[in-house]
Design a binder for this molecule. Structure first.
Ligand code: NAP
Length: 265
């Protein structure tokens, strides 16, 4: 029998590469219609969606700079015109090194815009896309970072933005109930960032309770689980091999740098 039930859509921000691509892939395989938002990663987003369609899934790449409210509104309207949007995974983020002493207001605002205001706005737009009695279980998933449970002073503005978003999971779940569920996923280190070397990443990715790298597919599958589990709202799932239970005085990248320098001297 052919299943004629329309697929619910999921919007994955920053979906063209790295974790966003893994999230698109997991939702596509779970039967969702995927909207993969990209800004600069056009080539990767188009290739990913073409591959997923070749495999029989429903996936479309869509361009937007999500730093502006008008763009966010237009994006959700464009997608909703094609079918019901059931989930938004707020994955896109800006990650810039700074400290509590040297942060620049413009850079901090840029990160707060993409990492905090955009996710809150997208969840609100998801609520506004609902019509009374449409029976759709909607869920916004904010991608956080184990850093919010394991503070160190590096990447200060980024951490502030994710701390606020973590606190907002419960607050926004209260605010948008019963129309939209709001959940968080807090990954540990998944990919090399900024100036991090391969040697650094190889050690840093094992600095957790399980002493092995975290599989990005596990983070992606956790998002699919939250999106498909109507009883869960206002809570965050750590998918970090227990990294948040291994306190360090600095960001893991800098701790490993010191270890590598010490072993070389
Ligand atoms: N990487 C890790 O090890 C790690 C660890 C813990 C938590 N996390 C969290 O997991 C999520 C994904 O991490 P990641 O490292 O895969 O992310 P990433 O590569 O740093 O960034 C993801 C995407 O965000 C998009 N983006 C940034 N600013 C944007 C804007 N103004 N408009 C539209 N898109 C914008 C970019 O899309 P385009 O390339 O298309 O411009 C970028 O590819 C983030 O929320 C991050 O905080 C990551």
């Amino acid at each position: 029998m052919i299943d004629s039930t329309p697929r619910l859509g999921v919007l994955v921000t920053g979906g063209g590469q790295r974790l966003g691509a893994a999230v698109c892939e997991a939702f596509a395989r779970a039967g969702w219609g995927v909207w993969c938002q990209y800004r600069e990663s056009r080539t990767q987003a188009l290739a990913l969606c073409a591959r997923l369609r070749d495999e029989g899934h429903d996936a479309n790449a869509i361009e937007a700079d999500i730093a502006a409210e008008d763009n966010r509104r237009a994006l959700v309207e464009q997608i909703s015109a094609k079918g019901a949007l059931g989930c938004i995974v707020n994955n896109a983020s800006a990650f810039e090194p700074d400290t509590g002493l040297d942060f620049e207001a413009d850079a901090a605002m840029r990160q707060i815009g993409v990492n905090l205001i955009a996710p809150l706005s997208f969840a609100r737009l998801l609520a506004r896309s609902a019509t009374a009695g449409d029976g759709i279980d909607r869920c916004a998933i904010h991608v956080l970072d184990q850093k919010v449970y394991n503070l160190n002073p590096d990447y200060f503005s980024y951490t502030v933005s994710k701390l606020a978003l973590e606190r907002a999971v419960a607050l926004q779940a209260q605010s948008l109930a019963p129309t939209v569920r709001v959940c968080g996923v807090a990954p540990g280190i998944l990919y090399r960032s900024g100036p991090q070397t391969e040697a650094n990443f190889a050690q840093a990715s094992r600095a957790n309770l399980l002493r092995r790298p975290i599989d990005p597919a596990d983070v992606a599958n956790a998002c699919v689980f939250l999106a498909g589990t109507p009883s869960v709202t206002g809570t965050t799932l750590c998918v970090d091999n227990g990294q948040h239970l291994v306190p360090l005085p600095r960001d893991i990248m800098f701790v490993v740098d010191d270890l590598l320098k010490a072993s070389a001297s």
